[in-house]
Design a protein around this ligand. Structure first.
Ligand code: NAD
Ligand code: ZN
Length: 340
C-alpha cells in the first residue's frame, strides 16, 4: 500500500510502498479515506529536536484520520466491514494505575499513532478496537478527519466551567479558534482570542470569535476596558506555546482564575510564580483527549451548535501532499485535509 513515510533522519516526508499492517485478534483494520496534517506532523517533517529524539525511522506518519472498517481480528465483535470510523491516536497500556481507574488519558505508557507506531497517512491503518470511534452518519468525513485536534480544543475548553465566564484564548491556530468556538457554544460571557499573525487573526474573525485581538498591537488591558471587564479573565486557554502570551495571560487573570495549558513551548521559559501564588491561580496541563468522554462531547457539539467547517482551508488529493505540508509549514493555513 502507499504511505507517507518518515523514511530518513532528515527534513522531508516521502510517499513509499509499505506492507498493509497485520492485525491481531483485538485490532481493527481501517481503510483510510481522509487525513489531516497536525503540527506534530510538521515537527516530524522538519525533523526538529523533539522529532529526532522521539520518532524512530522509518515510520509511517499521521494520526488525524477518518475511514471505513476493512477487516477485524477474531476478538472484535462491535464493528462491521464498511462502518465509518475515526479513532483515538493515543494507545494506552490498560494496566497502569490510571488506566485501571478508567483514566486512560493519564496513562504513563501512552504510545502515539504515527509517532511511536505506524500511522494513518496510509491506505490502511491497524488500530486496537478500544481506540476506534464510530462516526454517526450526519458527521461529514472532513470533520471526522479533524476530530483529533478538535478533541484537544474540547478537552482544554471543557476543563473548567465556562458558563457566564470571561475567557481568554491565547493563540488563534486551528486549535485555539476551535477552543474559542467551544467556549462560545457552551455559554461563556466574553471570549477574547489573541494572535500575532494577521492570517490567523483574520481566520478567527471569519469563524465568528467574539473579540479578536492582535497582541502585537493592542494591550489586553485596553481590551478589558473596552469589554467592560474590570477584574480580569476567569478562564484562560493557552493555545499558543508562546511565553509572552502566557505571561500576558497570567497578568490579566482575575484572582482565582483557572488556566488550561495546551500550547507546547519550544524551550523552557520563566513566569512570575508570585503572581500565580498571590492570584491563587489554578493551572492545568492538557495532553490529548479524555478517553472517551472528550469524543462523546465533541460529537455531540458537532451534531449540535458547533460548526468548524470554515477552519479547513485546504482540501487536496494525497498526490499533492507536498503542497499540504508547505501550507502547514507556512503557518498561514487552517486545517489541511488530504483525500486518499
Ligand atoms: P499553531 O502553531 O497552528 O497555533 C499557535 C498560534 O499561536 C499561531 O497562530 C501563532 O501565530 C500564535 N502565537 C504565537 N505567538 C503568540 C503570542 N505572543 N500571542 C498570541 N498568539 C501567538 O498550533 P495549533 O495546531 O493550533 O496548536 C496549538 C498549540 O497546542 C501548539 O503549541 C501545539 O504544539 C499544541 N498542541 C498540544 C497538544 C497537547 O496534547 N498538549 C496537542 C496538539 C497541539
Ligand atoms: Zn496505562
Amino acid at each position: 500500500m502507499r504511505a507517507l513515510v518518515k523514511a530518513r533522519a532528515e527534513p522531508g516526508i516521502w510517499m513509499e510502498q509499505v506492507p498493509v499492517p497485520e492485525i491481531g485478534p483485538n485490532d481493527v483494520l481501517i481503510k483510510v479515506k481522509k487525513t489531516a496534517i497536525c503540527g506534530t506532523d510538521v515537527h516530524i517533517y522538519n525533523w526538529d529536536q523533539w522529532a529526532q529524539k522521539t520518532v524512530p525511522v522509518p515510520m509511517v506518519t499521521g494520526h488525524e484520520f477518518v475511514g471505513e472498517v476493512a477487516d477485524f481480528g477474531s476478538a472484535v465483535t462491535e464493528y462491521r466491514v464498511g462502518q465509518r470510523v475515526a479513532g483515538e491516536g493515543h494507545i494506552v497500556c490498560g494496566h497502569c494505575r490510571n488506566c485501571r481507574a478508567g483514566r486512560g488519558h493519564l496513562c504513563r505508557n501512552t504510545l502515539g499513532v504515527g509517532v511511536n507506531r505506524p500511522g494513518a497517512f496510509a491506505e490502511y491503518l491497524a488500530l486496537p478496537q478500544h481506540n476506534v470511534v464510530p462516526i454517526p452518519d450526519d458527521v461529514p468525513d472532513e470533520i471526522a478527519a479533524i476530530f483529533d485536534p478538535l478533541g484537544n480544543a474540547v478537552h482544554t475548553a471543557l476543563s473548567f466551567d465556562l458558563v457566564g465566564e470571561d475567557v481568554l484564548v491565547t493563540g488563534a491556530g486551528p486549535i485555539g479558534i476551535m477552543g474559542a468556538l467551544v467556549a462560545q457554544c457552551v455559554g461563556a460571557r466574553k471570549v477574547v482570542i489573541t494572535d500575532i499573525n494577521p492570517v490567523r487573526l483574520d481566520l478567527a474573525r471569519r469563524m465568528g470569535v467574539h473579540h479578536v485581538v492582535d497582541a502585537s498591537k493592542e494591550s489586553l488591558r485596553d481590551v478589558m476596558n473596552e469589554e467592560g471587564m474590570t477584574e480580569g479573565f476567569d478562564v484562560g486557554l493557552e493555545m499558543s506555546g508562546s511565553a509572552v502570551a502566557f505571561r500576558d495571560m497570567i497578568d490579566t487573570m482575575n484572582n482565582g482564575g483557572k488556566i488550561a495549558i495546551l500550547g507546547i513551548a519550544p524551550t523552557g521559559f520563566e513566569i512570575d510564580w508570585n503572581k500565580v501564588i498571590f492570584k491563587m491561580l489554578h493551572l492545568k496541563g492538557i495532553y490529548g483527549r479524555e478517553m472517551f468522554e472528550t469524543w462523546y462531547k465533541m460529537i455531540a457539539l458537532i451534531q449540535g451548535p458547533l460548526d468548524v467547517t470554515g477552519l479547513i482551508t485546504h482540501r487536496i488529493g494525497i498526490d499533492d501532499y507536498q503542497a499540504g505540508f508547505d501550507a502547514m509549514r507556512s503557518g498561514n493555513s487552517g486545517k489541511v485535509v488530504m483525500d486518499w
